[in-house]
Design a protein around this ligand. Structure first.
Ligand SMILES: Nc1nc2c(ncn2[C@@H]2O[C@H](COP(=O)(O)OP(=O)(O)OP(=O)(O)O)[C@@H](O)[C@H]2O)c(=O)[nH]1
Length: 367
């Protein structure tokens, strides 16, 4: 039984990714404002080169925002912004910014890095940035390096940055752990809401929604499907003679047997107490009847056991194809009528009756 629907995990990840992208756009807009403002201040303070460098940094940020708006590619948006911010901070550390305060902007990096990348990736990038900062601090004669920092500043800078990085790492790890627990909980709830507890098959609610989906597919692209409505014969007698536990065990064993027989794309659901419904996509009436007959024969021959006691189990089933009914309700009604016929005609049988399977295939259905 396959689940073609999007899981809550995928949905939550997509939602989170969109949230991160919106946040990055907001931060990019703020960065443009800051760079323009601080650049203008530097211009009036006669730091012309510094002003131009800050203004020029706004161009790749604007391009990055525009590229994301055009392509919607979140990976490029994240990578682009991290590279720009990394280069900007390298410049600020190497040049000292205004009054040697450039390195202070570095404190923005760790939380952003861990939030946008993974814990491992963030740590690797951060260590690389540390290495760059150490190079700049230790070798002030390197080309492009114009700032010199006191030893006190360097020690305090690295100590505070290390504390900040560790806190950010721990907080992000905690956030991810809580998030993963919540996602797992949501998945478990989602699964429970769609599953029959006793048999592990889909429940009626899930089957109803799958039937509607399959019917929409049929209306859209003409893909035929069939259903088999199954009822365990004289089940009350099993309960009465062998006990309710034995009845439950029969339901479980029958569910297992059914699942072994149907295709991956088919869906088996517990429709009611001892009633089951099979949804068979891309299946003609004849094919559905063949499957139902095979299942009937297997059940009749299967040694159902409970506490070493052999239990007599047979099934009756009504089969119907969408090509002979215009709606899901009509399909189910017809299957129910056929099931009633099967019971009326003596149980342990499938309806409609097929004489050595010479029924004509559904018009327009796959061969
Ligand atoms: N053990 C068990 N029994 C159930 C469960 N759900 C429904 N039943 C029983 O299934 C029996 C169904 O009985 P009926 O509707 O009279 O039908 P039947 O005995 O199967 O007879 P036919 O359908 O006419 O062949 C009832 O006794 C229900 O109590 C369940 O989850 N576990």
């Amino acid at each position: 039984m396959t689940d073609t629907r999007t899981s809550s995990h995928t949905l939550s990840t997509e939602h989170e990714e969109r949230q991160i992208s919106r946040l990055l756009n907001g931060l990019s807009a703020m960065a443009i404002l800051f760079l323009t403002g601080i650049g203008t201040k530097a211009w009036y303070a006669d730091h012309v080169l510094h002003a131009w460098v800050l203004w020029l940094f706004t161009i790749p940020i604007i391009i990055n925002i525009g590229w994301y708006a055009w392509s919607g590619n979140q990976t490029v948006q994240k990578t682009g912004l991290l590279i720009i911010v990394g280069l900007l901070f390298t410049y600020l550390i190497a040049s000292g910014g205004e009054g040697n305060t450039g390195p202070l902007w570095f404190y923005v990096f760790p939380p952003l890095l861990f939030y946008v990348t993974s814990l491992k990736g963030g740590t690797a990038i951060l260590l690389f940035c540390y290495l760059l900062a150490i190079l700049v601090f230790q070798f002030p004669d390197l080309p492009g390096v114009t700032a010199e920092y006191s030893s006190d500043f360097k020690i305090r800078f690295f100590a505070t940055l290390t504390f900040e990085s560790i806190f950010c790492f721990v907080l992000e790890a905690g956030r991810l752990q809580a998030r993963n627990k919540l996602v797992a909980l949501a998945q478990a709830h989602e699964h429970a809401a769609r599953t029959d507890e006793l048999t592990g098959l889909a429940n009626r609610r899930d089957m109803q929604s799958r039937l509607n989906t399959e019917f929409s597919r049929y209306e859209r692209s003409g893909h035929h499907f069939s259903v088999v409505l199954i009822d365990l014969d004289l089940f009350k007698r099993i309960n009465d003679e062998f006990g309710h536990d034995a009845g439950d065990e029969v339901l479980r064993q029958f569910a297992r047997l059914t699942q072994q027989l149907i295709r991956q794309s088919d869906v088996a659901a517990r429709w009611g107490g001892e009633e089951f419904l099979l949804l068979l996509p891309d299946t003609t009436l004849l094919q559905a009847l063949t499957l139902a007959e095979r299942l009937r024969a297997e059940v009749a021959a299967y040694p159902f056991l409970h506490r070493h006691q052999s239990l007599p189990v047979t099934i009756s089933a009504g089969v119907c194809s969408i090509s002979t009914s215009g709606s899901v309700n009509e399909l189910l009604r017809q299957a129910d009528v056929q099931l009633y016929n099967a019971k009326e005609n003596g149980r342990n049988r499938i309806a409609p009756r097929v004489r050595s399977q010479t029924i004509a295939p559904d018009p327009g259905s796959p061969a």
